[in-house]
Design a protein around this ligand. Structure first.
Ligand SMILES: [Zn+2]
Length: 212
């Protein structure tokens, strides 16, 4: 049994997702409310087996350090091109939120590059593909679960929109290529974006022209 749970968290209402497979949970973009997330894991009797940030922005990663206080063995998977963003996470968060957030430093990281990732133990495994989709940030990635026909698109592709590309480290041309890469995936895929409601590749293909 597999399913996806969405929690829009914090002032930025970034979507944190649980990808759940047989009581094993993969946490995607834990950006805020670590206590709440840990409580949900306990309440649902889940085993937390992995943490992934689609990119390094604070609203997608700021709860990681606090969660690692409870799960010290659990690294954060993140693309190396976005590690610089994690280093200035408190400064950026202060700029956007208007106050000094409490961010516990991330203790353990695992480099995540384009390609297949397998998180597994003796009797179970969760497999998915990392698509490197730079543009919004240099290390933005999407998680593609081919068998389940599910894509977690971070801040690269939204329902009826694409990610911001006005940061100093953003790249509009790269973002366009990355969005195109996603729209070449099968139409029936359900897309879970970093903000807002879910969509599908099919629906987004219809309105790509207005994006750029
Ligand atoms: Zn972002």
């Amino acid at each position: 049994m597999k399913h996806v749970i969405r929690y829009p968290l914090g002032q930025m209402q970034a979507n944190c997702y649980f990808f759940v497979q047989d009581e094993k949970a993969l946490l995607i973009d834990p950006g805020d409310s670590a206590d709440f997330l840990l409580g949900q894991i306990q309440t649902m009797k889940l085993e937390l087996v992995g943490m992934i940030a689609t990119h390094g922005h604070f609203d997608h990663s700021m709860a990681v350090g606090e969660i690692q206080l409870t799960y010290p063995q659990l690294p954060l998977y993140i693309h190396p091109n976005d590690e610089f963003l994690l280093k200035r996470v408190v400064k950026t968060a202060k700029h956007f939120l208007g106050y000094d957030p409490v961010a516990i430093p991330i203790q353990s990281m695992q480099k995540m590059l384009e390609g297949q990732i397998r998180i597994s133990s003796a009797n179970w495994r969760i497999e998915f593909r990392i698509l490197h989709t730079p543009g919004h940030t240099p290390g933005s990635c999407c998680l593609y679960f081919e068998n389940e026909k599910v894509l977690f698109s971070g801040d690269t592709l939204f329902k009826s929109g694409i990610g911001r590309y006005d940061f100093s480290y953003s790249d509009k041309g790269q973002l366009k290529q990355s969005v195109q890469k996603l729209l070449n995936l099968p139409s029936e895929i359900t897309v879970y974006p970093g903000h807002g409601d879910e969509t599908s590749i099919e629906d987004e293909k219809k309105i790509i022209q207005q994006y750029f």
